[in-house]
Design a binder for this molecule. Structure first.
Ligand SMILES: Cc1cc2nc3c(=O)[nH]c(=O)nc-3n(C[C@H](O)[C@H](O)[C@H](O)COP(=O)(O)OP(=O)(O)OC[C@H]3O[C@@H](n4cnc5c(N)ncnc54)[C@H](O)[C@@H]3O)c2cc1C
Length: 509
């Protein structure tokens, strides 16, 4: 039994126990659909009858109101049924968070009970033939015509294409370059199957998601009413981002139960597989690998539920959702590869549900934003956090004769603001941080004066080749260092020298 975290509510614990029992009961049935490569409609219907599609839907709209945490719990267990897990997650993702946060009351009344019931499935449509990682660059257009919108374009790689009834799409509603720059050119809509002009173009043969269709959609002058627009015109990017945190989290959680199944299979198998007269579980190499799988699966699960708690507490866990999606899919792929190695040839056959983990986790590393894109998000958003933007000043400490991180004021503070003293500040920085530039603000912090005074002096020093500057693409001064001439002018060369105590005097020159 997987760990029920201490912050889960009683209802969340209860659903975990229930959905786990449901999965155990229907495991064999799911395997039958896998082997016959049939979409598991009857099983999906059973999931719907249990009300699991409503895990994240508030009770007033017919759901179980178990939040992001409850949705993860259900996804984690249903993920053990492979196709069913993917269908569940995509259907939930196709609008739940977006409608909850951006829908009008009427829209909530109309769509949320449908999501909760699960009697018709949903698909999420961001990707297009010419817009993948660059999701803002959608070509599918929506033009207003009276009270209707006319949609034209194509979407691709859509999970649940064809079998779904409800398609949550993002289309461009403006070509104005300045609107585009502000990400104000996208709007989100729901298009229903059966709308004239809306058709399935192609179904992809994939390396994984064996019995879940994934395909291309064609929108040929598809007319939908304005009431199918979710969120304000031009706010589709915000809708997409809000949906994506949830999507990435659920896309991570769906692998949580798979780790557990792999691990129990490995214990079972290696206790019974004998080579060199010993069960293979007795080999330290195999024990190490199983320990590694357990360690990573625990870390990945813990991080998913931490992210879910943040979402449930009303936070925007952009970085955490990306980390969660990245590590769950990466660790699942690693676990699958390790498990195959431990199982030997048996691991490579389809008779054990392990090779499937490798194929599906590889898809996980690409769908809902590739690992590279998750890293980009983690890097970019973290670079804005105060946590990582602390001012670090390194000062020369005469007592120990070494540069150390310090809160002390600069020894140049209060000196006359002139070219000679500013050059001294910049040259002194070479002694303290020999390989890096200073920002103009750091120069100012060290000697005083206004930004414009410092800038003017640096420009004059640059004109005399005493400093070297670095500018951004708009020509704004960003960094400065002393030139070789500047270092010589500011201080005698002995000023920059430093030798450890043990260094022989005779060896200095
Ligand atoms: C099985 C499956 C199911 C899917 N389901 C859905 C779905 O239901 N709905 C939906 O809308 N989409 C879906 N997708 C699409 C998925 O989200 C995209 O495939 C994904 O975002 C990557 O886009 P792309 O395939 O066009 O690759 P590209 O964007 O062309 O990327 C190719 C490579 O370039 C790298 N790259 C791109 N930009 C950068 C950058 N700036 N820095 C560094 N590296 C970069 C990528 O990381 C990748 O390695 C699904 C995809 C698959 C395979």
């Amino acid at each position: 039994m997987s760990e029920q975290f201490f912050w889960w509510t009683d209802e969340q614990r209860e659903i975990d126990t229930k959905v786990r029992a449901f999965v155990d009961k229907h495991f064999e049935e799911a395997e039958e659909y896998f082997w016959s490569t049939k979409f598991p409609w009857p099983l999906v219907k059973k999931v719907a009858d249990e009300g699991y599609f409503g895990a994240g839907v508030p009770k007033e709209y017919g759901g179980l109101e178990l939040g992001a945490t409850g949705s993860c719990i259900v996804a984690e267990q249903l993920g053990r049924l492979y196709a069913v897990g993917h269908v569940f997650t995509v259907s939930m993702l196709a609008g739940l968070e977006q409608i909850l946060r951006f829908g009008t009351e009427e829209q909530k009344q109309k769509w949320l009970p449908k999501i909760a019931k699960g009697d018709e499935l949903g698909a999420l449509c961001i990707t297009e033939p010419f817009a993948g990682s660059d999701a803002a660059n959608v070509f599918t257009s929506a033009m207003k015509d009276g009270d209707e919108w006319v949609i034209n374009g194509k979407k691709r790689y859509i999970t649940g294409a064809g079998v779904s009834n409800r398609y949550f799409i993002y289309a461009k509603t403006s070509d104005d370059p300045s609107t585009r720059k502000q990400y104000g050119h996208i709007t989100s809509f729901i298009v229903e199957k059966g709308t004239p002009g809306f058709s399935l173009e192609r179904v992809n043969p994939l390396i994984g998601f064996d019995n879940v269709p994934n395909g291309y959609l064609d929108f040929d002058h598809v007319r939908i009413p304005d009431e199918n627009r979710i969120g304000a015109v031009g706010k589709g990017w915000n809708v997409m981002m809000a949906g994506l945190n949830f999507e990435r989290l659920i896309g991570a959680a769906v692998f949580g139960g798979v780790f557990e199944d792999i691990t129990s299979l490995l214990y079972h198998y290696t206790r019974r597989r004998v080579q060199f007269n010993r069960p293979t579980i007795s080999f330290p190499g195999i024990q190490n690998e199983i320990a590694d799988i357990i360690t990573k699966s625990k870390l990945a699960r813990l991080f998913s539920y931490y992210t879910a708690k943040m979402l449930d507490d009303g936070k925007e866990p952009m970085i955490e959702a990306s980390i969660s999606k990245m590590i769950n899919t990466e660790f699942a792929r690693e676990a699958g590869i390790k498990a195959i190695q431990i199982l030997g040839g048996d691991g490579l056959t389809k008779f054990l549900p392990v090779e499937r983990v490798v194929r599906e986790s590889k898809i996980g590393e690409i769908a809902a934003g590739t690992t590279e894109i998750q890293k980009m998000i983690i890097f970019r958003f973290s670079s804005m956090l105060p946590l990582y933007n602390r001012t670090i000043r390194i000062r020369w400490n005469n007592d120990v004769n070494a540069p150390i991180i310090s809160k002390r004021e600069s020894e140049f503070k209060g000196m006359d603001l002139n070219e000679d003293n500013v050059l001294k500040v910049i040259a002194h920085d070479y002694k303290v941080n020999p390989g890096i530039y200073m920002t103009p603000d750091e120069v100012r912090e060290d000697i005083g004066g206004s930004r414009s005074e410092i800038k003017n002096i640096i420009e004059k020093l640059e004109a005399k080749n005493l400093v070297v500057t670095n500018k951004d693409k708009n020509g704004k001064l960003t960094l400065v260092k002393a030139s070789y001439d500047g270092l010589q002018k500011a201080f005698p060369k002995e000023y920059y020298q430093w030798f450890p105590n043990w260094y022989e005097e005779a060896d200095k020159f």
